[in-house]
Design a protein around this ligand. Sequence first.
Ligand code: VAH
Length: 319
Amino acid sequence: KILITGGLGQIGTDLSIILRKKYGAENVIVTDINKASDSVLQAGPFFHCNSLESGRLEQLVVDNNVDWILHLSAIMSVLGEKIPHQCMDLNIDGLRIALEVARKHNLRIFAPSTMAVFGADAGKVMTKDDTILNPTTIYGITKVLLEQLGAYYNRKWGVDFRSIRYPGIISAATLPGGGTTDYAVHMYHYALNNQTFNCPVHANEPLPMMYIDDAVNGTVKFLEADRSLLKRCTYNMAGFSFTPDELHKSIEKHTKLSMTYEEGTSVAQGIAHSWPDSMDDTNARNDWGWKPEFLLDDMTKVMFDEIPRCHPAVPKLQK
Ligand code: VAH
């Protein structure tokens, strides 16, 4: 059985759907601090869980005979700069609680990392798994700690800790939630709603990105991989890279999007500029068979179908 914390977030929403298809709805327990909608409640077991509430996660693990924890609850980059103390509380203390539960009950534990662990000294092009990690954001700092603490639990107590450094993930089901890469998801929504988008990231700032289907399919492959294949706890996982201007052009193959750019350096721009332009994921490809399927224009096509399907209030693309 699999238990997901932060299960209503961007990764959890789509990951729980594919895991339930594979393992059965009853065997995937979604938890979150937020209230579940009726459709979530109908889809399978859901429990309220504040990742910082002492004993709650452990009680859910014991009551439900859980084998794997997917600890997804976290505060992301831009929001983290607004509320750094809450970001430290959730991202550090929440992780410690989850790792302890995994150690005590001998569980596999997955927790996401991110390209935000890299800072300016990491090398911007095809940034490797093993490089200098000097992040500038509190979010990136908490994720370096996540990688290191997980690796420590693995060495010291043999906990099967696994992590992926994701690029920006683009998805339709959830609305953006406080990240630097949110701008890309917003652009699709603004295009469909026929509104002008004021982009916080500069037109020519490239960032590594990935479509959600690749992200969740790759994650399932990684979760299922035999531990003996893994030569490290944390792997870079990359899709493709684009700038806001390139995404704009991809969108305008389907519909008009009127755009302006924030002047000067917004918080998101400062963060985006400190992150890599592209990531090297050779180790993930070689060790456990990671392979992305979506390129920029494939993603644009699917996003225009998926957003109105997931959010009926958003108008469909005029063809
Ligand atoms: C953010 N989407 O923008 C997240 C992510 C790789 C970036 O961790 O903060």
